[in-house]
Write a protein that binds this ligand. Structure first.
Ligand SMILES: NC(=O)c1ccc[n+]([C@@H]2O[C@H](COP(=O)([O-])OP(=O)(O)OC[C@H]3O[C@@H](n4cnc5c(N)ncnc54)[C@H](OP(=O)(O)O)[C@@H]3O)[C@@H](O)[C@H]2O)c1
Length: 222
């Protein structure tokens, strides 16, 4: 399969890429800066099926840049919008940056890739969201910009699922994961999270489009 994954310099995006290559797929991986993406650059040296492009998903040019790179593939089977940020503070700039990266970018990147996704027999889009974007699950408050940006992503994905009936598009919470964002105290190793996400993707059915899953395949409350 031909797979596009954003935000692959480290964390969940890097591990999703590694596991996809191991399963024999071709991956177009995006990183914000090749100069600091040492892990993926090393992986590329060993992986003929890995193509890496430099894209800041917050740039207006990002959707077209990814779509242009994807045009070299016969079709796109899976898009994973993984790149994300967590802002500790909730200034106006933090809100704008969070929405830009976590909500707006996945929408426009998905939109730019629809024609290449449509050429696949079973096209799938996976938006990496967070349980923190669940209004029903919010019992502790705080994290305004992050929570709001992921809630927006959940809503965007639901509309995409309705408006694009040939596509299977879902939001997935990866768990609380041991990455730079999740911190060392997180209970879930990154390998386990990525393995779970791949299991969810591989077992997806078209009727699941628009749904909110976690990495163990359980449905989450909105
Ligand atoms: N870790 C958790 O516990 C947890 C829980 C729920 C949801 N999530 C979600 O899971 C996804 C991955 O998180 P993670 O834990 O792997 O975080 P991470 O270790 O902080 O990695 C984030 C990735 O996103 C990339 N990124 C950030 N802003 C970008 C931009 N403007 N353009 C391109 N790439 C950008 C980063 O690239 P750089 O190296 O260039 O910064 C990095 O590759 C995120 O969407 C996050 O919200 C994580």
């Amino acid at each position: 399969m031909n797979i596009i994954i954003t935000g692959t310099s480290r964390g969940i995006g890097f591990e999703l890429t590694k596991q996809a290559l191991h399963a024999g797929h071709r991956v177009l991986a995006t990183v914000r800066s090749l100069a600091s993406a040492h892990q993926i650059v090393s992986l590329k040296e060993m992986s003929p099926n890995l193509h890496v492009i430099e894209v800041d998903v917050a740039d207006n040019s990002a959707p077209n840049a990814i779509s242009a790179a994807a045009a070299t593939l016969p079709h796109v089977d899976i898009l994973i919008n993984n790149a994300g940020i967590y802002c500790e503070e909730d200034s106006v700039d933090d809100f704008m940056n969070s929405f830009r990266v976590n909500s707006v970018a996945p929408f426009f990147i998905t939109s730019a890739l629809l024609s290449q996704l449509k050429k696949s027999n079973q096209p799938k889009v996976v938006q990496i969201t967070s349980l923190m974007g669940s209004i029903a699950d919010n019992t502790s408050g705080g994290s305004y910009s992050y929570r709001a940006s992921k809630a927006a992503l959940n809503m965007i994905n639901k509309s995409l699922a309705i408006d694009t009936p040939w596509l299977t598009t879902i939001v997935v919470h990866p768990g609380w994961v041991q990455t730079e964002m999740g911190g060392p105290q997180a209970p879930t190793p990154v390998e386990e999270s990525a393995k779970g996400i791949w299991h969810v993707i591989n077992n997806l059915q078209h009727k699941d489009s628009g749904a909110f899953f976690d990495f163990e395949g359980d449905r989450l409350p909105w």
